[in-house]
Design a protein around this ligand. Structure first.
Ligand code: PEP
Ligand code: MG
Length: 556
């Protein structure tokens, strides 16, 4: 029966396809004791699960080839490790269930690895994956990680972290639906990067039946479960109409009276360049370099391997601007080689620039790789640091850039309220600012960007967030420097007009949003954008700000 659910639309377009759930993280099995007479059965269950998981990993390795094969084969060997097997057997003999025995045996092995030097500590994530697979099989729940499917599907998950999705085959994903995650979550960012429709913060997503057909409208946030043939046809017509409007919008970003606001693309690597060029991006406003290294983060990437990846991006925008962000590791984007270890609150911990300043050799290698990649190219390279808190941070970053011999503009991301409030002081050290409104909202409202229930507080229309944007833009204007926005706020067409009205000098977003923003900006004068911005800041809530700006922009 058709049912309609509503979440937050975060990536435009319509997708119709079957639901495939992302395997959930494995829960801790209960510490229940099995009856003694059940031990032989538990031993057999454990043995079967271990052998099946090892065979599956081996088969995936054969299919994948290359480096992935070596990793998967090593994981298959971990599953069959004789000491682990003996420990599982011992635990079952004294009364554990198969799943609890596996869980506990892996936990003690894990502790050994974690304390056994950097290389072995780096294998802990692989070991956890093997454990999760065996326990998922024993508990009869979906395997952790991306679904195994040969057919295109709509991916449904609690939330998606970049690390979860490194193995996703983009050609199979029609769209995303997540239960958690706000408009600035990485699920939203990834969907825009792939150009697939997405709805986040959809209560009830987890309960969608595996295989049921859903229609996902990423513009309205509506997900229709089991839509009728007529409803599907109607949605396809709406999507085609929207595409036609967009196709008519081309050229550089500007208001109707010619005020230029360059429209740039957010990318995660050379693979995103083609879509950016196709969407008419005038350059790259945010190259999230950490995404290149998430799937194998045991060791820092070599300078050589970085040069090749950066050069592929820089070559795609001759004479264009490319803003590269140095590695932003931590919280939901862990890189083992920059990891500060266990922290009580990683979002408030040693992440972003803080982690890089603790590892000057990693920062130096990245900056040198960028300098080498840009050699001889006519590109305008700009390099910026994530999570800059104050002038001391900004100076440390600028010093590192100079020490690496980088011939580029150095900038600071404004993601922490202190940086927006004291933007002038930061601009004493660097040449440009880029507002990361996703983290800026998270830290302004003390609202974790991964928690869907807090979507109201991560709404980029919140007047307090607009006030901070205005403060940073004003500081840049006063010092004759630029101040772009590269957070997800830039991808909302009406909000993009408001940001331009606040004095923001460029807008960077996932490539698929560029045509929508370009079309909207071209409809309004700068003065209208300024009035919309003033109206949005004059009220008290995000909904009121949205309504006030819409009223001005629609000329009512
Ligand atoms: C931001 O925080 O707005 C930003 C652009 O960085 P990321 O989303 O990668 O944290
Ligand atoms: Mg950020």
């Amino acid at each position: 029966m058709t049912e309609t659910l509503r979440g937050v639309g975060v990536s435009h377009g319509v997708a119709i396809g079957q639901v495939r759930h992302m395997g959930t993280a494995v829960l801790e099995p209960p510490a229940r004791q099995a009856p003694t007479e059940g031990a032989p059965r538990e031993q057999a269950r454990a043995q079967q699960a271990v052998v099946a998981v090892a065979a599956d990993l081996q088969a995936r390795g054969n299919l994948a080839g290359g480096e992935a094969q070596a990793v998967l084969e090593a994981q298959a060997l971990m599953a069959l490790d004789p000491e682990l097997t003996a420990d599982v057997e011992r635990r079952i003999t004294v009364g554990s269930t198969a799943e609890r025995a596996v869980y506990d045996a892996f936990a003690s092995y894990r502790a050994l690895l974690a304390n056994a030097g950097e290389y072995l500590a780096g294998r802990v994530a692989d070991l956890d994956d093997v454990r999760n697979r065996i326990i998922a099989r024993l508990m009869g729940v979906p395997m952790p990680g991306v679904p195994d499917s040969d057919e295109p599907y709509v991916l449904v998950a609690r939330d998606l972290a970049p690390a979860d999705t490194a193995l996703l085959d983009p050609s199979l994903v029609l769209g995303f639906v997540t239960e958690e995650g706000g408009p600035t979550s990485h699920s939203a960012i990834l969907a825009r990067a792939l150009g697939v429709p997405a709805v986040v913060a959809l209560a009830g997503a987890k309960a969608l039946a595996e295989g049921v057909v859903v229609a996902v409208d990423g513009s309205t946030g509506v997900v229709t479960v089991d839509p009728s043939e007529e409803a599907r046809a109607e949605l396809r017509v709406i999507a085609a109409e929207r595409r036609a409007v967009l196709a008519a919008s081309t050229g550089p970003g500007q208001t109707s009276d010619g005020h230029r606001v360059p429209l740039l693309a957010n990318i995660g690597g050379p693979g995103d360049v083609q879509a950016a060029v196709a969407a008419g991006a005038e350059g790259v406003g945010l190259f999230r370099t950490e995404l290149l290294f998430l799937d194998d983060s045991r060791q820092a990437p070599s300078e050589e391997s970085q040069v090749a990846a950066y050069r592929a991006v820089l070559e795609a925008f001759p004479e264009g601007r490319v803003v590269v962000r140095v590695l932003d590791a931590g919280a939901d984007k862990p890189l083992a080689f920059l990891s500060p270890g266990e922290e009580p609150n990683p979002a408030l911990g040693v992440r972003g620039l803080r982690a890089l300043l603790d590892h000057p050799e990693v920062l130096g290698a990245q900056l040198r790789a960028l300098a080498r990649a840009a050699e001889g190219l006519p590109v305008y390279l700009e390099v910026m640091a994530p999570m800059v808190a104050d002038r001391i941070d900004a100076r440390a970053f600028a010093d590192a850039c100079r020490a690496a011999g980088l011939r580029a503009k150095f900038g600071a991301m404004v993601e922490i309220p202190s940086a927006a409030l004291r933007a002038r002081s930061i601009l004493q050290e660097v040449e440009f600012l880029s507002l990361g409104t996703n983290d800026l909202a998270q830290y302004t409202f003390a609202a974790d960007r991964q928690v869907g229930a807090l979507a109201r507080l991560q709404d980029p229309w919140q007047p307090a967030l607009l006030d901070l944007v205005a403060a940073a833009a004003e500081a840049a204007r006063a010092t004759g420097k630029s101040c772009g926005v590269c957070g997800e706020a830039a991808s909302d067409p009406a909000l993009a007009c408001v940001l331009a009205g606040l004095g923001v000098t460029s807008l960077s977003m996932g490539a698929s949003s560029i045509p929508y923003v370009r079309a909207r900006l071209a409809k309004h004068t700068l003065a209208q954008c300024e009035r919309a911005a003033a109206a949005a800041r004059a009220v008290d809530t995000a909904d009121e700000a949205r309504a006030a700006a819409h009223q001005v922009l629609s000329g009512e």
